[in-house]
Design a protein around this ligand. Structure first.
Ligand code: HEC
Ligand code: HEC
Length: 377
């Protein structure tokens, strides 16, 4: 099963890579020829592309190489994909992530799927763009623990990178161009065309009866849709929904604050300093949510069952105050909770992305969902 899936991945990746290389020699580097590189997914808004960083096929290919390259880390072991891997729904399947030398972070690695649509990046929204976000991990001591000077030196010493940077950025190899390329790749990590989308488009067989019942609950009795608003099932806002926390004074010492707060992740307040943002985190998108366990900013819930049980009976928050519009006792029956979960699974869609062939070695050891490598039509 895994062998077969790996073979599919290999075929797909080879054909995709081949397509790019052909384009490099024969066709000019424009997104009109390869719409994959400038996704306009049906039923979703077009992916926002910043004016100063247009999508081109070769830039995306370069960004993908950088994204999957562990040589960007200080000891050559950690790439972006270590924590945002296609085989784990572009997350890492861990409660919190391990970086260089096994050092642990304080938060759960969010998926890169549809991150291109967020107005802010990170659970607390401290970065505004994917470009700005991508600069961080390389120098973060508990992620890749490197310096950009080192990375630039490495990139300049590599023939393939030199060639690609020449083609895309006229030879300029800097932190700025590298992060632009990574962000361009991330803008192709999009998911859409789920059973829910096909149902909306008129295919009544696309969702099961449990899923349509779950959809009615999602937008009705369970009142999820106000915050997780379609079509992306996200909200450009931050909320305190009372997610349980255990004290973690290593990552959240909160020095100079009330002693009671020591060890708790205070979320958005770190960015704004506003009391009302205490314990608020970004409302994440729910597309492909089935693939990105565990859940919440601290990965505290291992399953969707646990997430729904939380919403069904929301505890007092560890810090700050719950959102006023959050219903704390939904009174969902077991059957309704199961239907809600079925609906969330109807949000698993197709994606443009694939696993490049140079990381085939890792794949056999990973759980691979065939959904992740569903070919393009
Ligand atoms: C050691 C694990 C690790 C590595 C390596 C890593 N990340 Fe992350 N990433 C995380 C964690 C954890 C967060 C959430 C941190 C937070 O919110 O404070 C995150 C957040 C993000 C986000 C924000 C998504 C959102 O929903 O807000 C993006 C995008 C992202 N990373 C991309 C990258 C890229 C690109 C690289 C490589 C340059 C990378 N990451 C390397 C763990 C990692
Ligand atoms: C008041 C706004 C609000 C409402 C209502 C709401 N959510 Fe959320 N949801 C959030 C926020 C904010 C988070 C992130 C919280 C955190 O990490 O501390 C979240 C996280 C989640 C996650 C985890 C996402 C991930 O990537 O880890 C799932 C799943 C989820 N919500 C599903 C639902 C469902 C199902 C409902 C209805 C029962 C619902 N939400 C109602 C705001 C809301």
């Amino acid at each position: 099963m895994i062998m077969a899936a790996a073979a599919t991945v290999m075929l797909l990746s080879i054909s995709a890579v081949f397509a790019v290389q052909t384009s490099a020699t024969q066709i000019s580097d424009t997104d009109m020829v390869y719409p994959k590189y400038n996704p306009k997914p049906k039923g979703l808004p077009p992916v926002p592309i910043p004016a100063d960083n247009p999508q081109t096929p070769t830039k995306v290919r370069l960004g993908e190489m950088l994204y999957f390259d562990p040589m960007l880390s200080s000891d050559g072991t950690i790439s972006c994909a270590s924590c945002h891997h296609p085989a784990f729904g572009f997350g890492d399947g861990e409660r919190v992530s391990d970086g260089v030398g096994g050092s642990e972070g304080g938060r759960n690695a969010p998926t890169v799927y549809n991150a291109a649509y967020y107005e802010t990046q990170f659970w607390d929204g401290r970065a505004l763009t994917l470009e700005e976000q991508a600069a961080g991990p390389v120098e973060n001591p508990i992620e890749m623990a490197n310096t950009w000077d080192n990375v630039v030196m490495y990139l300049k010493s590599d023939r393939e990178y030199t060639k690609l940077f020449n083609k895309v950025f006229g030879g300029e190899i800097t932190k700025d161009t590298a992060t632009k390329a990574i962000a361009s790749y991330e803008r192709t990590v999009i998911t859409w065309d789920s059973p829910y989308d096909r149902y909306l488009a008129g295919d009544e067989t696309a969702m099961t009866s449990a899923q349509t019942a779950g959809m009615d609950l999602f937008f009705g009795k369970a009142s999820c849709g106000g915050c997780h608003a379609p079509p992306l099932f996200l909200e450009s806002a931050f909320g305190n929904i009372g997610v349980p926390q255990t004290k973690d004074t290593t990552h959240f010492p909160n020095e100079g604050m009330d002693d009671m707060l020591a060890g708790y992740d205070l979320g958005r307040v770190y960015v704004t300093g506003l009391d009302e943002d205490m314990g608020r985190f970004k409302t994440p998108g729910l597309r492909n949510i089935e693939l990105t366990a565990p859940y919440m900013h601290n990965g505290i819930f291992a399953t969707l069952e646990e997430v729904i049980a939380h919403y069904n009976m929301v505890p007092d928050p560890v810090v700050g105050e719950l959102e006023e519009d959050l219903v704390t006792d939904l009174g969902l029956t077991e059957e309704e909770q199961a239907q809600l979960i079925e609906f969330l699974k109807a949000l698993t869609g197709r994606t443009y992305s694939y696993v490049p062939d140079d990381i085939q070695m890792e794949i056999s050891t990973l759980l691979l969902s065939e959904l992740l490598v569903r070919p393009l039509e």
